[in-house]
Design a binder for this molecule. Sequence first.
Ligand code: FEO
Length: 396
Amino acid sequence: MKAREIRPGIYWVGAIDWDRRLFDELIPLPDGTSYNSYLIQGSEKTALIDAVDPLMEHVLISRLDDLAVKQIDYLVANHAEQDHSGSIPAVLAKYPMAKVICSPRCKGLLIDLLHVPEDRITTVGDKESLSLGDRTLEFIHAAWVHWPETMLTYLREEKILFPCDLFGSHLATSDLYVSDEGRIFEAAKRYYAEIMMPFRTSIEKHLERLKGYKIELIAPSHGPVYNRPTFIIEAYRKWVLDPPENIVVLPYISMHGSTRQMVEYFVEALTNRGVTIKQFDLATVDIGKLAMALVDAATLVVGAPTTLVGPHPKVAYAVFLANVLRPKTRFASIIGSYGWGSQAKEQIINMIPNLKVELLEPVIVKGLPNEEDFKALDALASTIAQKHKSISEAAA
Ligand code: FEO
């Protein structure tokens, strides 16, 4: 397989995983993914930036063979997760002089996760540089995007940033560069929602630091290369920093139709008050789309029938995910119906300690909702509309 030239002496040597449909046996990959690896040839030394998923190490090796690479001096491991590091042992076996370059925290992980020999690893500090002769790599420690050991690599002379997962997108495409920004925006937002959103606070600091670097290309380790870096940097700034929008996210499930009646009424009530609603039936949901909706939403309302006293397990799953994803949501509530008894409300509230939300009065009803219950849903919709207005007024 052929390497693809980005600049003279700089090549993409990654692998495209067209058919993968799950990551971590959890995250849907509707468009597949890629594991990007980049070869940089300097006048004196050659470096490989990140490796690929071990299932595709033969692809990486064949692209290196296409370039007839005789020696790799440095294998930069920006991140220890196996989709980028898993083929490091194969690269080290093929290139016995190669040294792994990584952060101190990454070193321990590579030894534990992959049994990389300690004497093959050299650690680098934040802002430390490494000369390839006429080219220079600078390492920017960037903890918690999304693991603690992560770093970014900056190629000074060409002003190319290799940020590994940061700014990435799960998208299998033969396009080396971004060709359709709308499509990439969706894929990168999905990636941000599923992987990066819990670490918004750390990412905010890293975005601030990156202002000090002139960047002409961003070459992530998933998805195509950004030849207009401001596109993805501005998208990240919006997702991380902007106040939440006038949106309610409503994941729900209904067993016998009562909670569904409440959801349908409530959606109308919110729509009539000018609130955007994103409704997700948890029986068939793509959790990636639910995560994406949480990126911008000001309010999360859970539609929860009761099963065996507590929330329906699929509701509990969605609430668990919302809690670990830590969106910037400001308000939360619960609507739903039960038959003979329920502690669903109390259990759901106890499941969201990570969400810094104001709880709006839930509407929990016995059996089919009646007129009083619909009035309570109207009142909840009015409260939400008012709360959202206060966010937009504060931001104005
Ligand atoms: Fe793409 Fe965190 O690995």
